[in-house]
Design a protein around this ligand. Structure first.
Ligand SMILES: Cc1cc2nc3c(=O)[nH]c(=O)nc-3n(C[C@H](O)[C@H](O)[C@H](O)COP(=O)(O)O)c2cc1C
Length: 205
């Protein structure tokens, strides 16, 4: 095994270093976030830093890069207060990945990559019709992380679209059956295989 110090890593080429560090936090969920701007122009982009923050209220967070690098999603969320998170499936993973390109603000990524907008009543942000598991959120708070100019965007879930057959009697969602994907770094995507399911662990001593 190699022992690498952060001083060594800091000497590495920027993209090599970013890929390497990005892998250390492990597999992440692969998602598309759908938004609209104030004129109703849709936007779609890949986000993997999605994290569960609590079940009641049902809060989900994600990290948005600095504004200069990824401005559209966060600006739209700030303006409209709503967005959707859509799990990525193998049938459209290549199109999903393409949404991470820096499209100009007036380009609708749904059209650019040929994915389908889907809307529900009384909610202006678009879902991805092709996605097997997706949910709508209303903005709760945007927390700036001063140390690296990123943002923790916190939303409360308002609606969920999922097939009943994937929900088990205890409320668990078999997201592997829904073909939800994981990703690692900024370019590699995985499907998941369940290995074990355990009961609620109790202290034995
Ligand atoms: C696999 C993958 C995961 C990504 N995860 C994030 C993320 O969690 N946060 C983020 O700000 N950008 C992430 N990106 C980059 C955004 O997709 C990219 O910056 C995009 O252009 C942002 O678009 P926007 O300006 O329309 O919001 C990721 C890209 C890829 C390929």
């Amino acid at each position: 095994m190699e022992h690498l110090s952060i001083d060594t890593i800091k000497t590495w080429e920027r993209f090599y270093r970013a890929n390497f560090i990005n892998c250390l936090s492990g597999f992440k969920s692969a998602n598309l976030i759908g938004t609209v701007n104030k004129d109703g122009q849709p936007n779609l982009a890949v986000f993997s830093s999605v994290v569960h923050l609590g079940s009641d209220p049902a809060l989900i967070g994600f990290i948005n890069r600095p504004l200069a690098a990824a401005p559209h999603t966060i600006n739209n969320i700030e303006t409209t207060g709503v967005y959707t998170i859509n799990h990525i499936n193998p049938s459209f993973v290549e199109k999903a990945h393409q949404t991470s390109a820096k499209y100009p603000v007036d380009v609708n990524e749904f059209e650019a990559v040929e994915l389908t907008e889907q809307y529900i009543d009384n909610f202006i942000a678009p879902f991805v019709a092709e996605s097997n598991l997706k949910y709508a959120l209303k903005l709760v708070e945007i927390v700036p992380i001063k140390h690296n100019n990123t943002f923790l965007v916190i939303g409360e879930i308002t609606d969920i679209i999922v097939a009943k057959e994937w929900i088990t009697t205890d409320g668990f969602i078999n997201i592997d059956k829904a073909e939800s994907m994981a990703c690692l770094g900024l370019d590699t995507y995985y499907t998941a295989t369940p290995i074990a399911k355990f009961g609620y662990a109790k202290a034995t001593k």
